[in-house]
Ligand binder design. Structure first.
Ligand code: ADP
Ligand code: MG
Length: 350
């Protein structure tokens, strides 16, 4: 069903991502490491889950692992991998082979991640390859005490020496993920290892319209053309918001109400994310607000912050803008900054 608020699990519930799906398949065939990138709510987890539904593999939600305690320990990760044991057993029996999974069973302190990866590689050997997918992998920088370096070393080891494993990493904070992996950085354990990259873009306007129409048709509801048009104008091409609108419209049958409720929910989600950002520095949110107000060039932003009494030396402002780009909040085109998600603007100006 298209209008379902959870990440999709099956390819047939995913609208118009055949090309991206094929790109991911191709990438996983070609590279030991693939990145699935795009802003929040664009559909990465959905595509990933649908892919794993058709290919043997397991999924680790890094954001969830991180959220439990604000960091990720070796035991957390081992326990999480071990919790996939029964799924792995099902995969193994589907291939009519038997394997003794020792390290996937023992107490986490008695196993190392290398042991477990080696065992997963053995499974992969029997199943024609096994995928280990880390969703929102930029959170892995909170693994261990060295910014996730040990984990990068493990991924490098898998890349070089475990030929039956395929790693997929997704990331909403694209630049942060790139920085963390450090494929172009001499100091990173992953240095020099080519990764496949698949970008998921928001829908084009026309696709957004078609998506809403298809969703309402599937639900057997007739919706006036203007309602679809208005919805798409406000919500743009981010599938997560469009689905939310669809669900609300089906519930109330009233356009205004559905759009209000959509914006209300979006506000809650975005405010939560802005709070997370604000903890790093309140300047981030002030800069985003400046951009939302139309101070969208370097000099305008500098003056805006000054008027607001938020003193920010120029190199610092440069740094903050770069980070906002890396985290997927803004983009820059010809010296003009723009918010990636139009609903961020609505929330910030409210
Ligand atoms: P991400 O992982 O990029 O944040 P999700 O996969 O969680 O995005 O998708 C966000 C929401 O949008 C979910 O409700 C999902 O069901 C829906 N969605 C995303 N892409 C599509 C699509 N192509 N077709 C149908 N629903 C989609
Ligand atoms: Mg996701």
């Amino acid at each position: 069903m298209l209008f379902d608020l959870r990440p999709k699990q099956r390819r047939e519930d995913i609208f118009d991502r055949e090309r991206e799906f094929k790109e991911l398949e191709k990438s996983v065939e070609t590279y030991p490491l693939s990145l699935l990138l795009g802003i929040r709510r664009v559909g990465k987890s959905s595509i990933l889950r649908a892919y794993l539904n058709e290919n043997p593999g397991i999924l680790i939600d890094c954001r969830e692992l991180y959220a439990e305690s604000g960091h990720i320990t070796k035991e957390d990760l081992i326990r999480e991998l071990q919790s996939k044991g029964s799924l792995l057993q099902r995969i193994i029996s589907r291939f009519k082979v038997s394997l003794n999974l020792k390290f996937l069973r023992v107490e986490p302190r008695d196993a190392s991640l290398r042991d477990i990866f080696r065992e997963l590689n053995e499974i992969g050997e029997k199943t024609g390859g096994l995928v280990i997918a880390f969703d929102e992998a930029q959170y892995l920088r909170f693994y261990g005490s060295r910014g996730g370096k040990e984990l990068l070393a493990l991924l490098a080891h898998a890349y070089d020496s475990l030929p039956n494993l395929r790693i997929i990493l997704t990331g909403s904070e694209v630049g942060l993920l790139h920085d963390f992996l450090g494929i172009g950085d001499y100091n990173s354990p992953l240095y020099g290892r080519a990764a496949g990259e698949v970008y998921i873009e928001p829908f084009e306007l026309e696709v957004s319209r078609e998506f809403l129409k298809a969703g309402f048709k599937e639900a057997g509801t007739d919706v006036p053309e203007e309602a679809i048009e208005h919805a798409v104008e406000t919500l743009d091409g981010i599938p997560g918001w469009l689905v939310l609108f669809g669900v609300e419209y089906l519930r109330s049958g009233n356009f205004e109400r559905a759009l209000d409720r959509t914006l209300e929910t979006a506000r809650g989600l975005i405010l939560g994310e802005l709070r997370e950002l604000e903890r790093r520095t309140p300047r981030y949110v002030e800069i985003l607000r400046g951009i939302a107000l139309g101070y969208n060039r370097w000099s305008l932003l500098r003056d805006y912050l000054e008027v607001k009494g938020v003193r920010t030396p120029e190199p610092r402002l440069y740094e903050l803008l770069k980070n906002l780009r890396k985290m997927g909040w803004i983009m820059e085109k010809n010296g003009t900054y723009q918010l990636m998600d139009p609903l961020t603007k609505i929330v910030l100006l409210d």
